[in-house]
Design a protein around this ligand. Structure first.
Ligand SMILES: [Zn+2]
Length: 106
């Protein structure tokens, strides 16, 4: 996932995205494509800390994306990852890591 401040994102074809709130407390809004049902964007937080999470697979070139900064939900990994990035296992640890990143302005 790529996290971006919402004010830096323009949603093209927003009419083709179906939004649904799936977890009220942190105010997450998940947008899926109306055509294929794939996740397109997740919106979290409230202004001025509103952030959008965009799946890496939606970008044309992964090479142009910023470097990975952390691994969250590591307990659900499919394979062990090399490297020394901060890792967060478990729901609470992962969510609070993301929360801190949002509050610090990304
Ligand atoms: Zn689609």
């Amino acid at each position: 996932m790529v996290a971006v401040r919402a004010k830096h994102v323009v949603l093209n074809n927003a009419g083709n995205i179906s939004f649904r709130k799936y977890r009220p407390p942190p105010n997450f809004n998940r947008g899926v494509c109306r055509t294929c049902g794939k996740p397109v964007v997740e919106v979290a937080g409230v202004w001025p800390f509103k952030v959008m999470f965009i799946p890496v697979s939606t970008f044309e070139s992964e090479a142009r994306l910023p470097p990975v900064r952390m691994d969250i939900f590591y307990h659900r990994r499919v394979l062990d990852l090399p490297g020394s990035l901060p890792r967060y296992s478990g729901y609470f640890a992962s969510e609070s890591a993301v929360g801190k990143m949002i509050m610090s302005g990304l």
